[in-house]
Design a protein around this ligand. Structure first.
Ligand code: URA
Length: 443
């Protein structure tokens, strides 16, 4: 085997030339094994970000990422299995709700999740705000938990897609996240490494998404679906609205508390709607139930406490404090300073810079500046209004949860600066902009 000089791969991409499969594979596997240092991998992802990757390179990258670790066929799981993944958003705690919800209606969810990336939150960071909860499950423990409880949410450990674990953290620290091929390879490598019967993707678009334009989001959805097709895997992708935070909580512990509220059937709104839509879609695709029937089953499992019960079991199985389901704030870390945010002007909420809100939360400590930085699970933002709502000057619209007064004041200014209030009436944006893929999905 010829020895790869990483500089040759970087230079090819720097100059806009395609990287042959064997070289890309050697580079990615070398990086995952720690043989290629961060600085060379960073140079490569920046070149890939700027120059793009063609279809063949995207397939090669995805394949190399899957090959970097073991794969799981989920043979031990008797139920039909579904995986769901978001391309990243603000107040996007859908997975926390979806995994136990799908399990509560008879499906199984084996989910490899990510950490916060850029201005977006990460499911693993959110879950780890529950004291004791571990996300570094071994492949065996992961599969066993899915077989026993119906759901597990784990990190891509040293054994499962380690190349994504490494590249994901590197991209977060090098401003190389919003690239269609890099996101598609990252998302799909995690989905392809686990043999679920159905993959559902939530491709976000709007101010809080990596894909700001709807056209880019649609293109990302198509790229992910075509990767799934190459692997012969059933996949459906929805393009959904991220022109404002999806739920109300932008942090980590705050998101868990909100998810518990949704799982307990106490909370209505877009977060619940997206979780019910995906769970209903999964049930209907995997069991042949009608779409209306699937959604009704999912809504019922939120309202009758079944989904919350499964969440408690999942938390416990992963080492977390199960009392979080009955009394979230008896268990979750609370920030010392909690300050109200009030509307500065009267009018209709016309637009929200959701990325700015995500960044304001990250600045409080809910996100990272550098690869591997710890995050502060307690801090974050609660932001309640939605586009189209009427606001009155002085009306409470949320809270900042911060370590100190200065951080709270800066964050409040950041949130208020992210809002556009207008005198004209504004319609609430549609939640779902379209679906991709599906004819190959089993029924
Ligand atoms: N989610 C992922 O898993 N990877 C990305 O690159 C972006 C969002």
């Amino acid at each position: 085997v010829s020895v790869l000089d990483p500089r040759d791969v970087i230079a090819r991409k720097r100059d806009g030339n395609p990287v042959p499969e064997a070289e890309l594979r050697a580079f990615v596997l070398g990086y995952a094994r720690g043989e290629i240092p961060d600085h060379q991998a960073a140079a490569f992802v920046m070149a890939a970000f700027i120059r793009g990757l063609d279809v063949d390179e995207t397939v090669s990258l995805t394949r190399a990422m899957v090959e970097s670790g073991t794969t799981l066929d989920l043979a031990a799981v008797a139920r039909r299995t579904v995986d769901k993944h978001s391309t990243g958003g603000v107040a996007d705690g859908v997975t926390l709700v979806f995994a136990p919800l799908a399990a509560s209606i008879g499906l199984a969810v084996a989910k490899l999740s990510g950490r916060g990336l850029g201005h977006t939150g990460g499911t693993l960071d959110k879950l780890e705000s529950i004291p004791g909860l571990r996300t570094d499950l071994s492949p065996e423990a992961f599969e066993r938990q899915v077989a026993d409880i119906g759901c597990a949410v784990s990190a891509q450990t040293g054994d499962l897609v380690p190349a994504d674990g490494a590249l994901y953290a590197l991209r977060d620290a090098t401003a190389t996240v919003p690239s269609i091929p890099l996101i598609a390879a990252s998302v799909m490598s995690k989905k392809l490494a686990v043999g679920s019967d159905l993959v559902l993707l939530d491709v976000k678009t709007g101010s809080g998404a990596f894909m700001k334009s709807e056209a880019d989001a649609r293109s990302l959805a198509r790229t992910c679906v075509s990767l799934a097709q190459r692997w012969g895997r059933a996949c459906r992708a929805a393009v959904t609205d991220m022109s404002q935070p999806l739920g109300e909580a932008v942090g980590n512990a705050l998101d868990v508390a909100e998810a518990v509220d949704v799982l307990a059937g106490r909370h209505r709104g877009r977060l619940r709607d997206v979780a019910v839509m995906f769970a209903g879609e999964a049930l209907s695709r995997l069991t042949g139930a009608g779409m209306g029937e699937g959604r009704a089953a999912a809504a019922g499992a939120l309202d009758d406490g079944t989904a919350l019960e499964i969440f408690g079991r999942m938390v416990e199985a992963q080492g977390g404090d199960r009392r979080v389901v009955d009394d979230p704030w008896g268990v979750l870390p609370r920030a010392p300073v909690i300050e109200r945010i009030e509307a500065e002007a009267s009018g209709t909420l016309a637009a929200v810079d959701a990325e700015a809100i995500g960044r304001a939360s990250a600045e409080l400590g809910a996100g990272r500046h550098r690869k591997g930085d710890p995050i502060d699970p307690a801090v974050g933002i609660v932001f309640r209004p939605k586009i189209g709502d009427l606001l009155e000057r002085g009306q409470p619209i949320g809270e900042v949860h911060a370590r100190d007064e200065d951080a709270a004041a800066a964050c409040r200014a950041g949130v208020l600066g992210a809002l556009t209030v207008s005198e004209a009436r504004v319609e609430a944006p549609a939640l779902v902009l379209g679906w991709y893929g599906g004819s190959e999905a089993p029924t």
